[in-house]
Design a protein around this ligand. Structure first.
Ligand code: C2O
Length: 551
């Protein structure tokens, strides 16, 4: 492969949306930020320069970072933040992946405007395992707040109350004409009749899973999280924050209409308030000119709207997720771990926690909402976990007693037991190199059943099983798909249900795992895995680069 150089100047930029101008954090003044393009096997070097008043890091979401953990990016996990006026060079090689991923800021809520696509093309001369598209188009979903989200989240953390929901969703940074003052801020995709387009869908929204559809057109899913899938047709795609999905769009040969709406709005199962508005874009045909007379007035027809599932359609979600399968061919095998070394059972969900010292919380008896894995709400350390691990200085930074099971058993999806107080700590799980792991993630309904898009850094995992209700360790494993399960880096733990995932811990380092709903991450729905070095020379994490930021 070759080396590709990028420079990210992170600076403030005035941007107007929904009739209001706001100064936002951007990369190179762009929203969405610049696209990173590489071929499988290429080295990517990105110099990030911080010109803003905030501490900053950038994460290359879904890039496996094999033995390059120092470039992964989550603040206080693999690195200390890049401070104002400082820079850091992210240096990594893209191995064994091809498709769409994305990059985003990984500190506080800065990823609201600091994000952009990553396109990994196959090696030169290697074709796609699906029809060669005429054009490829990234479609990246985001969220927009009229207020400053850094102030918003800081206040929310102080009071223990939920932050405001966003004011709009966006497609490629644009809310679309269904919002006030946004007719001009509508994404337009111009297409020719009878061609195949590859749409690279990316959900970079902070807090909402989304349904996406294009009126009168079906979509063929061919790739998810930079892994080829068995192609399947659908009218609607479900995409959680942190997921990427490539779909083929075949345009009509003869279209009576020139324009169709594409739209996205949330899939939400939680008890909390959410933004239930719709972002729209326009699919516009270049009809052959001159347009035949008989067609001329038809072009003026109102836009056809797609129909999307209702906001809490869990049946659609379950069916859609089950249809995503690895391609699993000799060229693109699904290397599902068959023999398991360690099994874990993690509950994920919201709970109640005592108020941190020196704060007043608005819940009953001075409590606050917390989110937890196995009832532990993760506390970010003040120095990076990876440095502490690498230099054997974990004392006072983290402990290695993250529980393999929740502290109590109950009917997770029924009425929760009384007085569940979430504990807190900076706890990790340590795994020897090459441990094969099976992890069941069970949603709890302590505050309410809700789906959680769990994201694992440093690995792809296979979703070998999923179900509604309580996971049954006696019956459910017999039904696991060990042949062609979806291979992803982010998967929705269904509302009131569970998923079982498997991965091989072949990447030494410290790897964050968290809910990709940013509000849940802020509340503590996160933890970390430490994978030790192996014995071989190629099984060790090299020392950090000399410009690694200091805390
Ligand atoms: Cu896309 Cu840890 O995040």
């Amino acid at each position: 492969g070759i080396t590709r150089h990028y420079k990210f100047d992170v600076r403030m930029q005035n941007v107007t949306r929904l009739c209001q101008t706001k100064s936002i954090v951007t990369v190179n003044g762009q929203l969405p930020g610049p696209q990173i393009t590489a071929r499988e096997g290429d080295r990517v070097i990105v110099k990030v320069v911080n010109h803003v008043q905030y501490n900053l890091t950038v994460h290359w979401h879904g890039v496996r970072q094999l033995r390059s953990g120092w470039a992964d990016g989550p603040a206080y996990v693999t690195q200390c933040p890049i401070q104002t006026g400082q820079s850091y060079v992210y240096n990594f090689t893209v191995t064994g992946q091809r498709g769409t991923l994305f990059w985003h800021a990984h500190i506080s809520w800065l990823r609201v405007t600091v994000y952009g696509p990553i396109v990994i093309l196959p090696k030169r001369g290697v074709p796609y395992p699906f029809p060669q598209p005429y054009k490829e188009v990234p479609i990246i979903f985001g969220e927009w707040w009229k207020t400053d989200t850094e102030i918003l989240i800081n206040q929310a953390m102080q009071t223990g109350l939920a932050p405001n929901v966003s004011d709009a969703f966006t497609i490629n940074g644009l809310p679309g004409h269904l919002y006030n003052c946004s007719a001009k801020d509508t994404f337009k995709l111009k297409v020719k009749p009878g061609k195949t387009y590859l749409l690279r869908l990316i959900n970079a929204a902070l807090n909402d899973e989304l349904f996406f559809s294009i009126a009168n057109h079906s979509l063929t899913v061919v790739e998810a999280d930079a892994v080829y899938t068995k192609p399947f047709k659908t009218d609607t795609v479900l995409i959680t924050p942190g997921q990427t999905t490539n779909v083929l769009l075949k345009t009509k040969r003869h279209s009576p209409n020139a324009t169709f709406l594409m739209a996205a709005r949330p899939y939400a199962t939680g008890p909390a308030a959410f933004d239930n508005t719709t972002t729209a874009g326009i699919l516009e045909y270049h009809l052959p000119s001159p347009v035949p007379k008989s067609n001329k007035n038809k072009i003026q027809l109102p836009l056809l709207k797609p129909s999307l599932p209702i906001f809490n359609d869990t049946t659609f979600a379950a069916n859609f997720n089950k249809r995503v399968r690895s391609l699993a061919t000799p060229n693109f095998p699904a290397n599902v771990p068959q023999k398991i070394d360690r099994k874990f059972f993690f509950t994920v969900g919201l709970g109640i926690m005592g108020c941190p010292q020196s704060q007043t919380c608005q819940g009953p008896n001075n409590t606050r909402v917390a989110a937890a894995v196995n009832n532990v709400s993760f506390v970010m350390p003040t120095t990076a976990l990876l440095q502490a691990h690498f230099f054997n200085q974990n004392n006072g930074v983290y402990t290695t007693d993250f529980p393999a099971n929740p502290p109590f058993n109950f009917n997770y999806t029924g009425t929760p037991p009384a007085n569940i107080m979430v504990s807190s700590g900076t706890k990790v799980v340590v795994l020897p190199f090459n441990t094969s792991v099976e992890l069941v993630l069970q949603d709890t309904s302590i505050i309410g059943a809700e789906s959680h898009p769990l994201h694992l850094h440093g690995f792809n995992f296979f979703i070998v099983g999923q179900g509604i209700g309580n996971f049954d360790p006696k019956k459910d494993p017999a039904k696991f798909n060990l042949v062609d399960p979806a291979e992803r880096n982010t998967a929705g733990v269904p509302s009131g249900g569970w998923i079982a995932i498997r991965f091989l811990a072949d990447n030494p380092g410290v790897w964050f795992m968290h809910c990709h709903l940013e509000v849940h991450t802020s509340w503590g729905l996160k933890m970390a895995w430490i994978v030790r070095d192996g014995k071989g020379r190629k099984q060790k994490l090299p020392p950090p680069p000399s410009d690694l930021p200091k805390c």
